[in-house]
Design a protein. Structure first.
Length: 330
């Protein structure tokens, strides 16, 4: 494709890359997550166990009566699964105690519960950030700013954990159990691994810097001999450009600056026009899967249905009704 479109720009989906980052875990936390998965599977793989646990939850007036599976292709399932297990940990302990199962030992172990609480907190934070990458009318500048903010949060959280401050993790703090040194070290290691993976999977954070923050970019970081260094220096002392940047979006700013700083504008616009995620494509696939279901497997050309499913235009029902002739009563 590059042979045909020389100026084409490619970028890997931000949502996919962010999902890769969430898979990294220190060994002890990974072991805890595996045991949580086994607990959920034991309860969910038997219809009798499911009914007994649901009846137990009804008896104690629990808000939820079931657990949630974790699936690798569902990026948010890690956080949903661990949080539900944490919320129903007392019911699960009673359930496994009646069955005299070894899982009850985990659920009465303070260190295991603390690790479960931390996993629920950190996966919840990752899920919220993942959801911010979903939606229409976004560009790479918005995504980069959100990602940079999360990386700075990781730095602050690492410093806090080193100082034995865990207030940013709500469920872990609510336990009123002081995490021991081993758990504190695992949490710190995990936060560092997350940051390292973020920088590994998002190398374009630095390459897109001047497209988003042209007045904070070091000219020495730009390529030599392309004219970008000279133009970035010129634009950084241009008061008119500074005022204009505060008034409009990054893409509009560079369109205005195109005649004055052509090299910078050309490269910046090329980066800002890239679709940063495949969210809209996957939304379309989901709509198509709902249309081409088992109940409608004879539907050969779902073009009109698909167009209605993914369109954001509101149907003008009143005008459509007016154009239809009512059937005469017999």
């Amino acid at each position: 494709m590059k042979n045909v479109a020389v100026n084409a720009t490619f970028v890997h989906c931000f949502i996919h890359r962010f999902a890769f980052c969430t898979k990294v875990l220190p060994s002890e936390l990974m072991s805890c997550l595996n045991e949580i998965t086994k607990i959920v599977n034991f309860r969910k793989t038997s219809a009798l166990n499911s009914r007994l646990f649901a009846r137990l939850c009804e008896d104690v007036c629990s808000e939820h009566k079931c657990l949630l599976f974790h699936t690798e292709v569902w990026w948010l399932s890690h956080g949903n699964m661990t949080r539900r297990v944490f919320e129903r940990r007392h019911e699960l302990f009673t359930f496994f105690k009646e069955k005299n199962h070894e899982f009850k030992d985990y659920l009465e172990n303070d260190e295991f519960i603390s690790r479960l609480a931390y996993l629920s907190d950190i996966f919840q934070a990752l899920n919220l950030k993942n959801l911010l990458f979903q939606g229409s009318n976004s560009n790479i500048a918005v995504f980069i700013s959100k990602l940079e903010a999360f990386i700075r949060k990781l730095d602050v959280w690492t410093i806090n954990v080193r100082s034995k401050q865990f207030g940013m993790f709500q469920l872990l703090t609510a336990l009123l159990i002081e995490p021991n040194d081993k758990l504190s070290q695992d949490i710190e290691d995990h936060l560092k691994l997350l940051r390292t993976d973020m920088m590994h999977y998002f190398p374009d954070l630095e390459s897109c810097t001047y497209a988003v923050h042209p007045f904070c970019t070091d000219p020495a970081l730009l390529p030599v001999g392309t004219g970008e260094q000279e133009e970035i220096i010129d634009i950084q002392v241009d008061d008119t450009a500074k005022a204009k940047q505060k008034e409009c979006s990054p893409i509009d700013f560079w369109l205005i600056m195109g005649s004055t700083y052509p090299t910078l504008a050309r490269n910046a616009i090329r980066q800002l026009l890239v679709f940063p995620s495949t969210w809209e494509c996957e939304q379309g696939f989901s709509a198509l899967m709902a249309i081409k279901s088992k109940s409608r497997n004879r539907l050969t050309e779902p073009g009109h249905d698909f167009r209605c499913a993914v369109s954001t235009a509101m149907p003008r029902i009143d005008q459509l009704v007016q154009k239809k002739q009512l059937h005469q009563s017999h």
